[in-house]
Ligand binder design. Structure first.
Ligand code: GCU
Length: 706
């Protein structure tokens, strides 16, 4: 009996181990480091990669060495040895000042062109050298080399120098620490399980924090705001992160992040002095309040010397701010910025304000009205963080006119990686093409070539600080992002934040090759699905820039199901036409917030781009688009096409059966089946709404539709 039990135990163990080694849950994201089956290539890599020489020592350098060891072991079958000799072929990692000049002397001109986080990778014939001014650059270079190998690129002649173009590349979590009040979720707008940050266990570190840091660092993200911008609304407890109870927990997280070049930031409540210490007020001009913040900041930096700073949502959706004391947004921001300044900390102040009765009744106009007049009034370590569009992460919005409108104020672009309005974890919606359009948008703030990318890389106005923040789509689901293909959004966000000039094609190729290998069929299917998915989602949801069409809450989901009749304030549909008149001539005057020639282009119906038509103009249903179709027929057709596209994705995905491991294959297959159902619901809801409204029949016979 005992023997039988032992055999059974061994059997179970084998099965479990077998599952672990072969299962593809998506946990490893793009850092899969699959064995390289091409013998020649693997032999070529092995020429340099069986030995690592680490020049110098530090925690970040150890992260590089560890990543190389585990990555190369999995790809090449043997763990490289750490050597103290440079005589043999090897990979050499270390900052420029530590690389022995007998091996390689980095030309001065190259060293000078490196910025603080840039790196050089050079194959000398005997060594692959990864070097940089600072250790974090070496780590980024390490991930670059491993990426090339995962993509099966040759490394024999490698000779490259890379600098990140954008200084601040931040992830913003909307995770809620503390007790979660009823009706709130553990992660606001989170669709991948609950938060990975386990506050009740911290300061105990779990492995997931390390993997999280590896993932972020592999795409160059250098800061994480780890809690929700809503910190006290309706019983939320995020404000408590500033209490002594949480400091050791923050310290523990910061110590993991630090090893991967990531700074820790937190969202704070503007009323913190009142909430935490019961002060009479939180008036930014009250010296006691100023002192409170100074002391609080000292407390934090005494434990976390490289703490990044604060993010604040003030006077917005129930979060308090300086308005209560008759102070401006700049006075509010400077209160915290001044406290952070002696330590090099940054203050990020969100421009997501709307609803003040004094402002235009058009929500799209309001952030500009509040912030533009304050240009130049913000402290030098403060940044204004602006959502990409003037409303709220819709599938299609114009770029916020605040970009370019504040030449004397550091700016951060905020985009949403989590798909609150773009299908959540149920729809594939690859957002890199959208983000690329935003970054490439020419604001004309300083004439031609005043692209958003040049504003947030700091070059257009010479900002001291600037960057990109992405609202995270990470949760504790095994695959991190809920929908496996949503990993591509996290990847793409990081890569674009590193370099907004990267092409959509390059980013997509990189992600596919690392996540699914280099099978051509897989590549072509994924390419086709990902690159059309944003348009597809737009097709069956919100037409021609209409914006919000979703329900506030329906069947326990928020911002997910269609509810066009509840959103008339946004799309202004009536019997005669549809769209929000935001023109100067007859509407809210929103178009006036743009620089020429964008202002005239948007103002004039004949030059307004079709995709933004209903965001900017109110037109009859029979108005003819540039495509030659009427608006109403376009609405019907695009919604039908959207569903057809999802059916096509299903067929395309099915053709990959057997080429992808079962687990990931089934996961995406099931997601696409669900997506079809939701797409049909959207199509039917929107099309029947507009049929009722307009009374104009769809000329494309409904009977043609599957
Ligand atoms: C959206 C979102 C909220 C979030 C807010 C913000 O309105 O639905 O959940 O708090 O944006 O960006 O602050």
């Amino acid at each position: 009996m005992k023997k039988l039990k032992t055999i059974y135990f061994i059997f179970i163990l084998t099965v479990i181990q077998g599952n672990i080694s072969h299962s593809e849950t998506g946990y490893k994201v793009w850092l899969r480091y699959q064995a390289i089956d091409d013998k020649e290539l693997s032999a070529d890599y092995l020429k340099y990669c069986s030995i690592i020489y680490q020049a110098g020592s530090s925690d970040i350098l150890s992260s590089s060495a560890n990543e190389l060891k585990s990555g190369l072991k999995e790809m090449l079958g043997a763990e490289p040895v750490i050597s103290t000799s440079t005589n043999i072929n090897s990979i050499i990692i270390g900052t420029i000042d530590k690389i022995p000049s007998s091996i390689y002397k980095i030309p001065d001109s190259q060293a000078r062109s490196l910025n603080q986080e840039g790196y050089i990778i050079k194959n000398t014939g005997k060594h692959i050298i990864i070097t940089a001014k600072n250790e974090v650059g070496v780590l980024y270079g390490t991930f670059h080399l491993l990426r090339l190998m995962q993509m099966k690129e040759p490394v024999a002649d490698i000779d490259l120098l890379e600098n990140p173009k954008v200084k601040l590349r931040l992830l913003n979590h909307w995770d809620n620490p503390g007790k979660i009040p009823e009706e709130r979720t553990n992660i606001e707008r989170g669709y991948a399980g609950i938060s990975i940050f386990k506050w009740e266990e911290l300061p105990e570190i779990n492995k997931r924090y390390i993997d999280y840091a590896r993932i972020l660092s592999s795409v160059g993200i250098n800061g994480a705001v780890i809690n929700n911008v809503n910190t006290a609304k309706k019983g939320l407890e995020g404000w408590k992160l500033l209490t002594p109870e949480y400091l050791p927990k923050l310290k523990a997280l910061a110590s993991v992040f630090r090893n991967y070049g990531i700074k820790l930031y937190i969202s704070v409540n503007f009323f913190s002095p009142v909430l935490i210490s019961g002060t009479d007020d939180a008036d930014p001009l009250n010296p006691k309040v100023q002192e409170w913040w100074r002391n609080k900041v000292v407390e934090i930096y005494s434990e976390i010397p490289d703490f990044g700073g604060f993010l604040v949502k003030a006077d917005s959706e129930g979060e308090p701010g300086p308005i209560k004391y008759g102070r401006t947004q700049a006075e509010g921001a400077n209160l915290l910025a001044n406290a952070l300044k002696p330590f090099g900390g940054l203050l990020m102040w969100r421009a997501f304000v709307y609803g003040d009765k004094e402002l235009s009744p058009d929500r799209a106009c309001q952030a500009y009205q509040v912030f533009k007049p304050l240009d130049g009034a913000f402290a030098e370590n403060a940044l204004v963080q602006i959502k990409n569009g003037p409303i709220d992460f819709q599938v299609r919005e114009p770029v916020s006119p605040l970009f370019g409108a504040m030449p004397k104020t550091n700016q951060l672009l905020e985009m949403q990686i989590t798909q609150e309005y773009t299908g959540q974890d149920k729809h594939v919606c690859y957002l890199v093409p959208e983000w690329k359009e935003i970054l490439d948008f020419d604001t004309y703030a300083k004439g031609n070539n005043s692209m958003v990318s040049r504003i947030i890389d700091g070059s257009l106005f010479g900002y001291k600080y600037s960057g990109i923040a992405g609202v995270s789509n990470i949760g504790d689901d095994q695959n991190w992002t809920g929908h496996l293909l949503a990993q591509a959004n996290l990847y793409g966000f990081g890569r674009l934040a590193w370099n907004p000039d990267l092409s959509i094609g390059q980013i997509t190729d990189e992600w596919i090759l690392q996540t699914f290998g280099n099978n051509e069929k897989i590549h072509s299917v994924l390419n086709s699905i990902l690159l059309t998915s944003w348009e597809t989602y737009e097709n069956y949801t919100s037409p021609l820039g209409c914006g919000l069409m979703c329900s506030r809450n329906d069947r326990d989901e928020s911002h997910f199901y269609p509810a066009p009749s509840k959103r008339v304030d946004y799309h202004k549909a009536d019997k005669n036409g549809v769209g929000y008149d935001r023109t100067i001539a007859t509407g809210s005057g929103y178009t006036n917030q743009y620089f020429e020639p964008v202002k005239s282009e948007y103002e004039d119906l004949s030059t307004c781009p079709d995709e933004l038509l209903l965001f900017l103009h109110h037109v009859p249903y029979t108005y003819k688009l540039k495509s030659g179709k009427t608006v109403i027929q376009h609405i019907y057709d695009s919604h039908n096409e959207g569903v057809e596209q999802v059916l096509k994705y299903q067929a395309q995905w099915q053709s990959l059966k057997g080429l992808i491991d079962d687990e990931r294959f089934e996961h995406v297959k099931n997601k696409l089946i669900q997506q079809e159902g939701y797409a049909r619901e959207w199509r039917d809801s929107i099309n029947s709404y507009f049929l009722d409204m307009s009374g104009i029949e769809d000329t494309y016979k409904l009977t043609n539709i599957k």
